[in-house]
Design a protein around this ligand. Sequence first.
Ligand code: PMP
Length: 380
Amino acid sequence: MHKELESLRERQQFRSITDSEPQPDGWVIRSGQRMLNLASNQYLGMDCAWAAPGLETASAGMGAGASRLVTGNHPLCTRLEQEFARFKGTESCLLLSSGYMANIGVIPALVGRSDCIFSDRLNHASIMDGIVLSRAECRRYPHRDLDRLEAQLKKAPAGARKLIVTDSIFSMDGSIAPLRELVELKDRYGAMLMVDEAHSGGLYSEEGQGLIHSLRLTDRVEIQMGTFSKAYGAYGSYIAGDALLKEYLTNKARSLIFTTALPPAVISAVYRSWQSVKGHRVRRAELQRKAALFRQRLQEAGFDTGGSECHIVPLVLGSNEKALKVSEKLQQEGIAAVAIRPPTVPEGTARIRFSLMATHSDEDLQWAMERIIRIGREEG
Ligand code: PMP
């Protein structure tokens, strides 16, 4: 262990955990210092502390006591699933623990040893781990490269089940998957399509149904996955799709079957947050307006913001050393911004990942951008 940790230190890939207490105004107290929080996934500034008292919490405790398949399924869970499916426009919805648990459970349930998975090279780690657990043959295609994907689909062995899996918004790049084209390809080659809406749920379409819904592709994506841990500011995840999919996963997804159900109090918080997020049209629009401004300012100052098209804006710096130095300087100036290094991103593309929140004030963002540009320039 010592040796491995030493090697991580040498490669500037060592990580540690810092105490952080998010504040309601888009700031965070980190190790006692107040900082503007440009490193949170609570994009709409939803603070679920308010959600716990209220809806049926009298019977909604912290311990579900058993798996959903045994005695852990609180009626609130069934109600949320039914109503959320209606909201998504799908036949059914299945609630699971975290998004990580959903991906590592659902992918191996859908495909196995003699099947093929086609995965965007920048997909989230939880998707990669689900793929490894499935033991299916995995073909990773270059980021959003539809020609390469099509060539791989053509070569898949006859008889193998085919699953294309993609993030809708790529978490470290802020780029958006070509969902319309992916739907066409999966139809042409008889594949299933799974889309991870972790970073688009709550933020796109009229009431935050997500990117698939806003593109009117609901009936054409077999497996829609999303989390309640980001824009919804709570915890938990869902799979939306047809009734057969839900029945199948209930019998086959090991991360649903062999773990204790979400605490009823958490489900209650998710329910309340979702009700509120539906009405947050203004916050959704504000988030995109602020992100566009932020991205534009960095680009005008000559910085590389990768392929960002949304509220996640990377500042690509290259070396781990440079990313760590910039992040350290930003934190000293009162900006919480984290250096993202390999293996989270490809070698040589270390970066600062900025994520905007609708609740950041224009003044605070202005203040931050001046510092980011100055420090970025100092570090070349
Ligand atoms: N998918 C993607 C694309 C993610 O970015 C994340 C979280 N970083 C997850 C899944 C996992 O979700 P959760 O945090 O709910 O486990």
